[in-house]
Design a protein around this ligand. Structure first.
Ligand code: FES
Length: 111
């Protein structure tokens, strides 16, 4: 199986390709196909959405977003920018968070 596919590299997003969607409340800001191994910030850039960052290492919390649906794994030891309280409210750090399938992200923190 080839990892690269050619001709269907269009703006259309078909149902069988995982998609990362960025929302603000109910408003869809943009969406992009899942790029395996890329962070949420990188997906945002591809979708034309600038998520504010500062440290880009999981320390400051500037890039915090809310995971509405899907999976963005957390590191086994939470980085300084997250704590249990925030995780319970579905917070993720988009500078280090890597989506693994379809995800919906609210670009605002869950506070
Ligand atoms: S930019 Fe600092 S935690 Fe993501």
């Amino acid at each position: 199986m080839s990892a690269k596919s050619g001709p269907e590299n269009s703006a259309n997003i078909s149902d069988n390709v995982p998609v990362v969607r960025f929302l603000q409340g109910a408003k869809l800001l943009g969406q992009v196909r899942l790029q395996e191994g890329d962070t949420l910030v990188e997906h945002g850039e591809l979708a034309g959405i600038k998520i504010p960052t500062n440290c880009t290492s999981g320390t400051c919390g500037t890039c915090m977003v809310t995971l509405l649906q899907g999976t963005v794994e957390l590191p086994e030891i939470l980085p300084p920018g997250l704590d249990d309280y925030l995780v319970e409210r579905c917070a993720r750090l988009s500078c280090i968070g890597i989506p693994s399938d379809d995800v919906d992200i609210d670009i605002r923190p869950p506070l």
